[in-house]
Design a protein around this ligand. Structure first.
Ligand code: GLP
Length: 235
């Protein structure tokens, strides 16, 4: 798909220019095309991830890393098993960490210790969430534990046998963690995202629409298919 190819190329260019780039990666259906493009290009010898590092945006709490629905497993199945990024350079919050506060601090320090994120890939939830930063009364800065909203649990229940199986909580990079990335690429596809994309980009900047904060980022690129961008005039 054209959209995925563009996003994949932008990030691949960053890795070519800086082989030890620090990438922020996302899960969900939308980034899958980006990962497919990278896998093809890697197989063709065009991209080398061997010096790159990656941090995932989020992970469910209380989910085993090998569980089918864990984001760690998603990353292995959809990307890591098919490229050459070193296992010690692939990071994701530990869903089974004993103490959430310690885990959040560890993750945040690890990102800072690697020099921060060069390029952050983002999807967007139907309610405007980025990572798992759900709509709320304030923007939360650093990696933290969140209670997932009903609409997110509904949306993500498609990956679980029963709605009750969807974890109630998740770890997510905070809005500050995301905004500190030097470059952000948000991908969106389908008519179901059209309204939220419009609100996020042209509405008020408010924690009620977490993605709206991206209006204040100096280097953000939105890449969408025609349906997702259909409410934006002039496109
Ligand atoms: C999940 C992830 C988000 C992702 C969102 C949208 O909730 N935590 O990071 O952006 O889903 O996913 P999709 O691309 O499948 O619509």
């Amino acid at each position: 798909m054209e959209m995925s190819r563009k996003a994949a190329n932008l990030i691949a260019a960053s890795v070519s220019l800086k082989p030890d780039a620090v990438l922020g990666l996302a899960t969900g259906d939308t980034p899958l095309g980006v990962y497919k493009c990278w896998i093809e290009r890697h197989a063709g010898g065009e991209i080398d991830f061997s010096a790159a590092t990656a941090f995932n945006l989020d992970e469910y709490r209380n989910i085993a890393p090998e569980a089918e629905q864990s984001y760690r497993r998603y990353m292995i199945d959809n990307l890591y098993s098919k490229i050459d990024m070193r296992p010690e350079n692939r990071h994701i919050p530990d869903g089974l960490a004993a103490d959430p506060a310690t885990e959040c601090e560890r993750y945040e320090k690890l990102i800072a210790g690697c020099g921060g994120i060069d390029v952050q890939l983002l999807g967007i939830g139907h309610n405007g969430h980025i990572g798992f930063n759900e709509p709320g009364g304030e923007f939360v800065g650093n990696t933290h534990l969140v209670a997932l909203s009903d609409s997110t649990i509904d949306a993500n229940s498609r990956f679980f046998r029963r709605r009750e199986d969807v974890p109630a909580e998740a770890y997510t990079m905070g809005i500050g963690t995301i905004m500190r990335a030097r470059m952000i690429i948000l991908v969106a596809s389908g008519l179901g995202k059209a309204e939220i994309i419009h609100r996020a980009l042209f509405g008020a900047v408010t924690p009620a629409v977490p993605a709206s904060i991206l209006q204040f980022h100096a280097n953000v690129t939105i890449i969408g298919d025609a349906a997702a961008l259909s409410m934006i005039d002039g496109i």
